[in-house]
Design a protein around this ligand. Structure first.
Ligand code: SF4
Ligand code: SF4
Length: 482
């Protein structure tokens, strides 16, 4: 006789109602009282169908319980034991998808000296300062990179080109000619290119802003918040803070560049964890429409590394801000806390990742000499090279990378309910923490699970109380450069 048993899911509550987040399919399923009772009963141990019905006969009609069991079987919240292979077994598929986003490191030089910088700071992978890579990408290499991107984007009608650094605007002349070249080449191929860039804002000036506006280049500004937080780590080479330099320039950009939301990207450290204050400053006082936060990537012992207490504090503050986001979503108002928006978009789209991000897959970084690497954070690292813009992607190297980094090869993640969204976390973070990209980021599991739980609750609440809001995700592309 086959027994009914629970499959893998995470139960949570939202809008006064129980839900399950099904793993690994990543579907969210609202439970009615009967299905919740069935799951509760099976939580104590596997049972035959008849005993499930009799076990709940005092509370529900037998046919209602049977219908509920059938539905739970259909969505795979429960399964029949002994009926074939393990429910978790799935083939390991190595995807080779076209390139969707190319991040072009137009320079590896920077006019700031942020203490925690992953390119110049204590945990750098490549010796950018003394290495053999050119400091600036040449116009010729940038154009070869564009050709590479268009070639590798296959039949996709659209490619995304992100300019990155060092400080990107130190090589504005190449950025400018590359935009024109990419537009022309894409048009010849019947394609379209979407442009974006990341900058520390120190070099923004009217003619650059005018160019960004005219060419609809999306802009993300790396900034850490109010003056004392910005000036704590984001300093010039002489140690002076950058807040007073960047603020007037950012205000001018925000005032003139209205066609696309300008995002702020905040690095959080042990010393700068007042998220509410940072958010309020950047949105209400400065005028950013989107603010994304990322804990600093660092080896464990650094002075600015966030410890366990810091992560608890971070989670409490994120939860707090997520409630504001929820309130805004229920009232169809915009709220710029992009971390929650990105995660509920993934939940809504049922994203279940075999890899934590697109690095080495649909996203690649190009170093100043045209070497192609996993992503922009590995640009210039021979150890993480996947080809060159001239010779194309080394498919053997790419396949070998994807073989070694599949979620199935992270044993510790196999029983974690958050794995469809986390999938072990950022390779760069893992490399910095553990010396290898193959490691799961076990130092922040509690934080990841806590945050995913919050986002599930926000999602469930919106799904019940204002489902129309979720339509904003229906055609939106999902793409982010961290
Ligand atoms: S790294 Fe941690 S949180 Fe992420 S999937 Fe693995 S076990 Fe879960
Ligand atoms: S998550 Fe990490 S590895 Fe992935 S693209 Fe971002 S920085 Fe690179």
């Amino acid at each position: 006789m086959s027994l009914l048993g629970l499959r893998e899911f995470h139960r949570f509550e939202a809008a006064g109602q129980p839900f399950v987040y099904l793993v690994p399919s990543a579907a969210v399923f609202a439970l009615d009282t009967v299905s919740d009772a069935v799951l509760g009963l099976l939580g104590a141990g596997d049972l035959p169908h008849d005993e499930v019905v009799t076990g709940l006969s005092e509370r529900f009609d037998s046919h209602v319980v049977s219908e509920s069991v059938a539905e739970l079987l259909r969505v795979r919240a429960i399964g029949e034991r002994g009926a074939g292979a393990s429910p978790q077994a799935r083939p390991k598929i190595i995807p080779l998808i076209p390139l969707a986003t190319m991040v072009l490191n137009v320079t590896n030089k920077c006019n700031l000296a942020c203490t925690y910088c992953y390119e110049y700071g204590e945990d750098k992978i490549v010796d950018t300062e003394n290495g053999k890579k050119p400091k600036f990408m040449s116009e010729a290499t940038a154009q070869e990179s564009v050709d590479f991107m268009l070639r590798e984007s296959g039949s996709s009608p659209r490619a995304h080109l992100t300019f990155f650094g060092g400080e990107t605007l130190l090589n504005f002349p190449v950025l400018k000619t590359t935009v024109a070249y990419a537009r022309r080449r894409a048009a010849e191929m019947g394609k379209d290119v979407d442009f974006s860039m990341t900058t520390n804002a120190t070099l923004l000036k009217p003619e650059i802003i005018e160019f960004l506006v005219e060419n609809q280049v999306g802009v993300t500004i790396s900034i850490d918040g109010p003056k004392e937080m910005q000036d704590r780590f984001r300093v010039f080479h002489d140690g002076s803070g950058s807040y007073d330099t960047v603020m007037p320039k950012i205000r001018e950009l925000l005032q003139k560049h209205r066609s696309r939301p300008i995002g702020a990207r905040v690095t959080l450290t042990k010393q700068t964890l007042d998220i509410r204050r940072i958010y309020r400053h950047l949105t209400e006082e400065i005028g950013f429409t989107e603010v994304g936060f990322a804990p600093v990537t660092t080896a464990g012992g650094r002075d600015y590394a966030i410890g366990d207490t810091g992560f608890d504090h971070l989670l409490a503050q994120f939860n707090d801000l997520a409630q504001d986001f929820l309130q805004a979503a229920l009232e169809n108002r915009h709220h710029g806390f992009s971390n929650v928006k990105e995660t509920i978009e993934e939940i809504h789209k049922g994203v279940s990742k075999a890899y934590p991000c697109g690095a080495g897959l649909g996203l690649m970084g190009v170093a100043t000499d045209g070497d192609v690497n996993l992503c922009h954070r590995f640009a210039g690292s021979d150890e993480h090279k996947l080809g060159t813009v001239r010779d194309g992607i080394d498919r053997g190297a790419q396949r070998s990378f994807l073989e070694k980094h599949h979620l199935d090869d992270k044993p510790v993640c196999q029983t974690c309910w958050a794995r469809p969204l986390c999938s072990g976390g950022c390779y760069h973070e893992a490399h910095t923490r553990y010396g290898t990209t193959t490691s799961a980021n076990l130092h922040y599991c509690d934080w990841i699970r806590g945050w995913t739980e919050t986002c599930l609750e926000v999602y469930g609440e919106i799904a019940v109380r204002n489902p129309r809001y979720l339509r904003i995700f229906e055609d939106a592309p999902m793409e982010k450069v961290s």
